[in-house]
Write a protein of this length. Structure first.
Length: 80
């Protein structure tokens, strides 16, 4: 796992399994940080954003007592 200053993303997961998180993520609310980390960790098992990925996101985030976001911001500047 790497923590870097990334301009357009909160995190990424390479095909080799390397997770990279934006250093600015630490300044965001805890629930948002959790969503980003779960999102990237799920990519270790599910490489796309299909139905299985979305179902797992919802299930993992619901385990913490909170529902998954309807639409996570996928970039630092607010663009998806």
């Amino acid at each position: 796992m790497r923590i870097w200053a990334i301009k357009r993303k909160w995190g990424s997961c390479s095909t080799a399994g390397r997770l990279t998180l934006n250093a600015e993520l630490a300044t965001q609310p805890a629930q948002f940080r959790r969503e980003v980390v779960v999102h990237e960790l799920l990519h270790l098992k599910v490489p796309n954003h299909g139905r299985v990925f979305k179902a797992l996101m919802k299930a993992y985030l619901a385990e913490g007592g909170e529902e998954a976001s309807a639409g996570m911001v996928s970039s630092v500047d607010g663009r998806t």
